[in-house]
Design a protein around this ligand. Structure first.
Ligand code: ZN
Length: 202
């Protein structure tokens, strides 16, 4: 099932994800729906926050991109395609090395993109959708996508990593998107006022 993608301005994008203790049928279904949603949006990655679930869960698939990736498992070059699509639960990123500026977009920021500086390579420890531990080192696009999605899992957005000049130049578009998103959110219930209205109507 394709899920609605939460846009900038929705408070769930700022929530830290909860650790997933067990791969339940609900988690499997959520991961499958996230993969379907990511593909339908032609994305390379999606975090649970982006479908309204503050959980430590991301999905990704870099196969459609021409941008190069590297992956090593136990020190040996791995066949990246064999590991795609990838579902990562409770990921932990360590040993960041190098710096690289690269172009990024985000499904929660339609029409907005920028150059973002990230580590060139990182080590990833996580659990896969079978509940098995997974550890690998990655570089290039794969490392960039995982760092972008891992930020989402901790309530961090790519605008937080833009240089100030870029953020200023995108200021108007960001404000408009935030306003549009917030206009669609359900109104905060004001118990006193509602109660009063209800009793008057009764
Ligand atoms: Zn994103």
């Amino acid at each position: 099932m394709i899920l609605p993608v939460v846009k900038y301005g929705h408070p769930v994008l700022r929530q830290r994800g909860k650790r997933i203790e067990a791969v339940t049928p609900e988690i499997r279904e959520l991961a499958a729906n996230m993969l379907e949603t990511m593909r339908a949006s032609a994305g390379v990655g999606l975090a649970a926050q982006q479908v309204g679930q503050p959980l430590l869960l991301m999905v990704l698939d870099t196969r459609e991109s021409e941008r190069p990736s590297t992956m090593q498992v136990n020190g040996a070059e791995a066949d990246i395609a064999a590991h795609m699509p990838m579902v990562l639960l409770n990921p932990l990123l360590t040993e960041p090395a190098g710096k690289e500026v690269g172009f990024e977009g985000c499904l929660s920021f339609p029409g907005i993109s920028a150059d973002i500086c990230r580590a060139e390579s990182v080590t990833v420890s996580a659990v896969n959708i079978e509940g098995e531990p997974l550890k690998f080192r990655c570089g290039g696009l794969l490392a960039r996508v995982i760092q972008h999605e891992n930020d989402h899992l901790h309530g961090v957005l790519f605008i937080d990593r833009m240089d100030s000049a870029t953020k200023v130049s995108l200021g108007g578009a960001l404000k408009r998107l935030q306003k549009e998103t917030q206009a669609d959110l359900p109104p905060v219930r004001k118990r006193g006022a509602r109660g009063l209205v209800a009793s008057r109507q009764a």
